[in-house]
Design a protein around this ligand. Structure first.
Ligand SMILES: CCCCCCCCCC(=O)SCCNC(=O)CCNC(=O)[C@H](O)C(C)(C)COP(=O)(O)OP(=O)(O)OC[C@H]1O[C@@H](n2cnc3c(N)ncnc32)[C@H](O)[C@@H]1OP(=O)(O)O
Length: 219
C-alpha cells in the first residue's frame, strides 16, 4: 500500500482502531461514502481555524487580509457545492467527528448496542465564558452520542423528541472529558437513553433523551 492508502486506511479505522466489521450498524458509515485523507485534512484545518478565529485579536491589516482570504476560499468551495445526498460532512461515521465541524470531535473508546463510552476535548471555539464550554454545545454532544446509540444495532431510525440536560458543574474547555451513554429502555416507538459528561471525578452534565422511531415516510 502507498503512504496515501495507509493514511486512508488509518483514517477509516480511526485513531482508536474502530474497524468497519467489528462495529454495530449505526457506528459505521453508510455504503458509498468515502472520506479521503485530503477531505479530512481540510476539515481538521477548518477546526483549527475555528479555534484560532475565536481566540484572535489581530491588528487591522491582518484582519483585512484574513477576511479577503476567507472570502476567496468560500467562493472557491461554493463552486463545488453538492446536494445533500452527496454531502460528505457529518456522514463520515467511522471518522471521529464525522467530518463535521459544528460538533466537538467525539472519540469512541467502547461501544455496544446499549452502551457507548468515549472522550472529547472542547476547543477554544466552544468557549462560553470564564473557561467554561458554552451551554448550547453540551446538548450537541449528548445528541451526538445518544442519537447514534438510539439508532444502532439494526434499530429503525429515530429522532430526538426531547433532550433534558442538567448542568452540574462547569465543563472546562481544552481538557479531555469522558462521556458515557446508555440505552435504558424501549416502549413501543419510544427509546429512552441517558448520558453523563465528566472531567475526572467531576460530573459536568448529564442528560436524558427520548428518541421516537420514525414512521414510514416521516422525514
Ligand atoms: C433519517 C433519520 C436519521 C436519524 C438521525 C440521527 C439521530 C440524530 C438525532 C437528532 O438530532 S434528530 C433532529 C432533532 N429532532 C427533530 O427534529 C425531531 C422533530 N420532531 C418530530 O419529528 C416528531 O415530533 C417526532 C418524530 C419526534 C415524534 O412525532 P410522531 O408524530 O412520530 O410521534 P407522536 O407525536 O405520535 O408521539 C409518539 C409517542 O412519543 C411521545 N412523544 C413525542 N414527543 C414527545 C416529547 N417531546 N415529550 C414526551 N413524549 C413525546 C408521544 O406522547 C407518544 O407517546 P405514546 O406512544 O405513549 O402516546
Amino acid at each position: 500500500m502507498s503512504t496515501d492508502e495507509n493514511a486512508a486506511e488509518e483514517l477509516l479505522r480511526g485513531p482508536e482502531g474502530l474497524g468497519r466489521r467489528d462495529m454495530p450498524t449505526s457506528w459505521t458509515r453508510r455504503p458509498g461514502i468515502e472520506p479521503t485523507p485530503d477531505f479530512l485534512a481540510m476539515i481538521d484545518a477548518l477546526r483549527a481555524l475555528q479555534d484560532d478565529v475565536t481566540a484572535a485579536v489581530p491588528p487591522p491589516d491582518v484582519l483585512v487580509d484574513t477576511t479577503k482570504t476567507l472570502s476567496e476560499l468560500s467562493e472557491r468551495l461554493r463552486a463545488y457545492a453538492a446536494p445533500e445526498r452527496d454531502q460528505l460532512t457529518g456522514r463520515l461515521i467511522t471518522v471521529p467527528g464525522r467530518g463535521q465541524t459544528m460538533s466537538p470531535v467525539l472519540h469512541l473508546d467502547e461501544w455496544s448496542e446499549h452502551h457507548a463510552r468515549g472522550h472529547v476535548t472542547f476547543g477554544r471555539f466552544y468557549l462560553g465564558g470564564n473557561g467554561a464550554v458554552h451551554g448550547g454545545a453540551i446538548p450537541l454532544l449528548f445528541d451526538e452520542i445518544l442519537g447514534r446509540l438510539a439508532n444502532t444495532g439494526g434499530r429503525r431510525p429515530s429522532r430526538t423528541a426531547f433532550l433534558h440536560v442538567n448542568y452540574r458543574s462547569i465543563t472546562p474547555i481544552g481538557v479531555e472529558l469522558q462521556i458515557e451513554g446508555r440505552f435504558e429502555r424501549e416502549e413501543g416507538r419510544k427509546r429512552f437513553l441517558t448520558a453523563e459528561l465528566r472531567h475526572g471525578d467531576t460530573l459536568c452534565a448529564d442528560a436524558e433523551g427520548l428518541f421516537v422511531q420514525l414512521k414510514p415516510g416521516q422525514p
